[in-house]
Design a protein around this ligand. Structure first.
Ligand SMILES: NC(=O)c1ccc[n+]([C@@H]2O[C@H](COP(=O)([O-])OP(=O)(O)OC[C@H]3O[C@@H](n4cnc5c(N)ncnc54)[C@H](OP(=O)(O)O)[C@@H]3O)[C@@H](O)[C@H]2O)c1
Length: 248
């Protein structure tokens, strides 16, 4: 019997929520690493439009709501027709929360779970149905959060979705038998539209409790995700925490 070989480096990656924040940095990082990128968000930002214009053969963008499963499947089909088979996935799109659980409406809880947990599970399923048939091997990264491991007030439903995604990641890594390397990256708080709801007092408390004395930045997270996409790390089924040691 021949020895199993390492999973090849990513050639084409699908990134959800690549329009701004960490997602946009991941799009740039994946391109910089030599991959083609398909990415979507509900609104295509000028930054993303510009990238697609500059590199039409390498970037495919669309305006898609991650909770619309049919639209997501159509996007994968269109992206693959444009870029070629997609071998990797980064589940990045998510919405935040800043409300005590007792004050969060049932509709808002359903929205958070729909966008942050159900949608990535369905996107992963649609991606795998494509990638297993077309390429057979690849890599999956879930962008989760330190909130899945430590308690933060005002983030109950959000934390539940991120913990759910970490658990799904481990089960999927087992299910894929090494054909797809599946891992999570769990950042601490970083400045973005999502975290802009946090007040300066909350942010300075988090910074004070962080041994490195500074908040995480997308530039700290992207190199690790690039490693998961391109390197022969043999990492599988793991949650990589990037939080300056704030949670230790
Ligand atoms: N910021 C933090 O402190 C922090 C900490 C730990 C983990 N994270 C995680 O890091 C990831 C990126 O967060 P970020 O701070 O960069 O957030 P962000 O700036 O708010 O960006 C979120 C991205 O997801 C997209 N998105 C949201 N809902 C969507 C939907 N229904 N369909 C399609 N796209 C959707 C957004 O575009 P549209 O709104 O146009 O759809 C945007 O592109 C998320 O998974 C987040 O949970 C963030």
């Amino acid at each position: 019997m021949s020895e199993p070989t390492p999973i090849p480096a990513t050639k084409t990656v699908l990134i959800s929520g690549g329009s701004r924040g960490l997602g946009l940095d991941l799009v740039r990082g994946a391109l910089d690493g030599g991959a083609k990128v398909a990415t979507f968000a509900r609104t295509v930002t000028p930054e993303l439009e510009q990238l697609a214009k500059e590199r039409p053969d390498d970037v495919f963008v669309g305006s898609v709501d991650a909770t619309d499963e049919k639209a997501v499947r159509a996007f994968i089909k269109d992206a693959a027709a444009h870029l070629g088979p997609i071998d990797s996935l980064i589940n990045n799109a998510a919405i935040g929360q800043d409300s005590l659980h007792v004050h969060t409406s049932p509709e808002r809880i359903a929205d958070i779970i729909g966008t942050n947990l159900t949608a990535p599970l369905l996107l992963t399923r649609a991606f795998l149905r494509h990638a297993m048939a077309k390429v057979g091997r690849g890599r999956i990264v879930m962008v989760t959060s330190i909130c899945a491991q430590r308690g933060y007030s005002g983030l109950v439903a959000y934390s539940a979705t991120k913990g759910g995604l970490d658990s799904a990641m481990r089960a999927l890594a087992r299910e894929m038998h090494g054909r797809f390397l599946v891992n999570s990256i769990a950042p601490g708080f970083f400045a973005s539209e999502m975290s802009s709801v946090l007040g300066t007092e909350q942010l300075s408390t988090i910074t004070r409790r962080t041994p490195t004395g500074r908040l995480v930045e997308p530039a700290n997270v992207t190199p690790l995700v690039k490693s998961l996409l391109f390197d022969d790390t043999n990492l599988n089924g793991q949650v990589i925490v990037v939080d300056g040691g704030g949670s230790i």
